[in-house]
Structures are given as C-alpha cells and as structure tokens.
Design a protein around this ligand. Structure first.
Ligand SMILES: [Ca+2]
Ligand SMILES: [Ca+2]
Length: 424
C-alpha cells in the first residue's frame, strides 16, 4: 500500500440510493432506450452530439470523505452524468454507470457507481501500481488542463489499485505516480469508488469558475471473455487514450443557497414537478424528461417540444419569499436543439421564443414589477448557463419565476433554475 492510498473496503453492502433516485434512473433509462430505438442512425446522432458533451463540475463545499460511500453532501448537489456509450459501437451501455464530479481549492473529486449484477463477485486481481489494473473492472478518469499538450489518465479497479499515466502529445509516461486517494465499496449489484486528486499533483493551479478543461470518464466491465468498454463522452473511433476523444469539463461557481425549491424539476406523480405550477389557460404543461442527462445535468429537466398552433408551454414557480431592495441572481441552464436557423430568441412570430419573467409581489400579492428574462441568443446543442442580475423593488416580499417557451420548431430544455442573493 503506497502513500495516499486508502485501504479498499470490500463486500460492504451500501444502501445510499433513495427510492426517488432509483425511480428517476429507471425512468431515464427507459426514455433513452426508446429514443435510441427510434433514431434511424444512432452513430450519426452521436457524432453530431460528440462535440457538445459537457460535464459540469461544481464546487464541493465540504470535501467528501473518501471512503467509497457516495453519500457526502457534495455528491448530493453535484450533477449526475451517466448513459455511458459503448466504445466504437455507439449503444448506451447496460449495466449503467453514474458519475459525479466536484472540486475545491485543494483537489478534484470524483465518485462513480458501477452497476453490475455480478457484484460482489468481481474476481479483480491487480494489486500493483501501474500493473494490469486496466484488465480488471475499473473506472478511468481523463483530465487535460486548458491550453496543455498533456493529459492524465487515472485508473482504479474495484480493489482501489491505481494505474496512473501522463500523456504528452499522446505519448504515455507511466513514471508519473501522483499521490491521489481512492476508496471502493463492492456491494450487491454494484461497486462504487470515490477519488480525490490534489491539483498540485497535476502541476496546475486549481480551476476558476467558468474554466473549461477537457476530459472523460470511462469504465471497463470485465465479464471474462465478454469484456465491454464504455465512456461518458462517446468514443466511436480510436481509443479513450487520445486527446481528440476527450469531452469538456466545465467548472462552475458555487450555487449558494437556492431560494427557489426544486429548480431541478424533479418529477412528481402528476407530471408537474413539485413547487411548480401551471396557472394560465393559454399555457400547456411541458414534459419533464431526463434524456439529456448525458451532458451533465441531473435526473430530470424541463422539456418543451414544438407546439401545435404556437401554443405556449410554461411553468410557474410557487411564490418565493424574498427581501425588498436586495440584489439577486436568477439563472438556469438552457439547451436548444433542432430549431430553425438562425434561432431567434424573444420573437414569437413563427420563431422559437424562450421567454420568462420574474414577477415581484408585495404582501397583498399585488404585482409591483415584472423583469423580463429573455436571452438574446443561445448557441445550439449545448447546455448554457444563463444568468440575470435583478434587484427587488421597494415593498416586495415574494417573487414568482415564470418560464415560458413557444417552440415552432425544435426542442428546448431548461434545468437547474437557481435564485440566490447576489454576492456584494
Ligand atoms: Ca464518501
Ligand atoms: Ca504511474
């Protein structure tokens, strides 16, 4: 056991999956399989999507305890990515893998859950650093700082044995032996890993919010002669170990306290997410779906498809308690796909419109002011973070966030709506 190595803890059964989480994953898998079944050319679809694959990395807040148990606070608020795609084949991998990423000034943190009906009987063998770890059940993390010709590969098998290599212009250097901490728990039907990698081991400063790195998360599922390989960012030609096959990692600023509850649109039985409402007759209910989770967001998001007769679709938040004369930041993630070119936001005459409003109310529920929330333009096919700076008017006690979409073509997704007090 080398320095920085946490002892592997095997064959502990972990009950960290809430009922709600299990249901969301099942629903999401069903949606995705159905979509893929309808796609006439899965590979073409994936190729088009490849460039836009983006994993969001949120600040950890409190650093996770690296014990292989994925129940730390930072994982609860991290984005979950999944839907690993099989190497050079393009199908969504089953059994699935879930990934959460986080960071702080000290280190990069990752948690992966590998679903595997064979667990706990995994028969992994490698115990030596830089040995045949990649022949076992493993997870593989790839990281490349911006403007660098070097990327890093960190492999961990179910016994928490490490394989770490540095690649300079795609040439492997195994002598790179950073001090990183990892721990695994092998349970029934799954095994889990947590990783902490100090930034100083990469020889770089910690990322700042908004920084874009490249990277990927991959998995080897060892099934004897039926080994399978899959990754979060699809790799359709070549191997995982190529800079050109890395996706994007986006480091985000901290969410602070979200005054708006259920900004992630976690679904309810009725189809309308908790804390949201549909209040106007000309507005129809958008669907809550999870079919874009692969770009980094959590289990549910709001989906609005091309509407009949220009019918608007929208959701209204419940009234959120706020303070008067206070600066706020309201933000969400949006993604548009397949619409008319160029996409015109804000106009409603035959075009797609993503609009919204923040309505400030006084104690009697009277509207004091409306601030329109209409992005001027959005790039297509990637999740984008759209923030507004707002100041509450004198006498305001509550606000309502209205999200309204009018799609004549294409599809729009919204997720992770956050309202917080602006930093001074
Ligand atoms: Ca933990
Ligand atoms: Ca090494």
């Amino acid at each position: 056991m080398g320095p920085g190595l946490a002892p592997p803890s095997r064959k502990r059964t972990v009950f960290f999956e809430s009922l709600r989480g299990t249901r969301a994953i099942a629903f999401w898998g069903f949606r995705l399989r159905r979509e893929y079944a309808f796609a006439s050319n899965v590979e073409a679809f994936l190729r088009a999507a490849q460039a836009s694959f983006r994993l969001m990395v949120r600040p950890a807040g409190d650093a996770p305890v690296i014990d292989g148990v994925i129940d730390d606070h930072c994982w609860q608020r991290a984005f979950r990515a999944g839907d690993f795609v099989e190497l050079r084949k393009g199908g969504v991998m089953n059994p699935p893998t879930d990934v959460w990423l986080a960071y702080d000034e000290t280190a990069f943190y990752a948690a992966m859950r590998c679903h595997d009906p064979a667990a706990p009987n995994l028969h992994d063998k490698a115990t030596e650093r830089d040995g045949r770890v990649w022949a076992d059940n493993d997870v593989e993390l790839f990281l490349q700082p911006p403007r660098s010709d070097t990327f890093f590969q960190l492999i961990c098998n179910s016994r928490a044995t490490a394989f770490d290599a540095r690649y300079v212009n795609n040439k492997q250097d195994l002598s790179w032996d950073p001090e990183w901490v990892r721990a695994t728990v092998v349970g029934n039907g799954q095994w889990a890993v947590e990783i902490s990698l100090p930034w100083k081991e990469l020889g770089v400063d910690p990322p700042s919010p908004g920084d874009l790195w490249t990277g990927n998360v991959a998995r080897h599922h060892s099934l004897g002669k039926l080994d399978t390989y899959s990754s979060w960012r699809p790799v359709l030609t070549g191997s995982f170990v190529e800079a050109r096959n890395l996706g994007r990692l986006e480091f985000l600023s901290g969410p602070g306290e979200n005054l708006l509850r259920n900004g992630g649109f976690e679904a309810s039985e009725s189809g309308v997410p908790a804390e949201w409402a549909v209040e106007r007759t000309e507005i129809t209910v958008p669907s809550v779906s999870s079919d874009r989770s692969a770009v980094g967001l959590r289990s549910a998001c709001l989906r609005m498809d091309k509407a009949m007769m220009g019918m608007r679709q929208g959701m209204y938040s419940r009234r959120i308690p706020i303070e008067a004369n206070m600066p706020y930041v309201l933000s969400y993630f949006a993604r548009i796909e397949g619409g008319r070119d160029p996409m015109q936001m804000g106009g409603e005459n035959g075009w797609n419109a993503l609009t919204g409003e923040a309505v400030w109310l006084n104690a009697a529920g009277k509207s004091l002011r409306r601030d329109w929330l209409t992005p001027r333009s959005l790039r297509r096919d990637i999740w984008q973070h759209v923030p507004w700076n707002l100041t509450s008017p004198e006498g305001a006690e509550r606000m309502v966030v209205n999200l309204i979409i009018r799609n004549h073509t294409g599809t729009t997704w919204i997720d992770e709506v956050v309202l917080q007090i602006a930093k001074p």
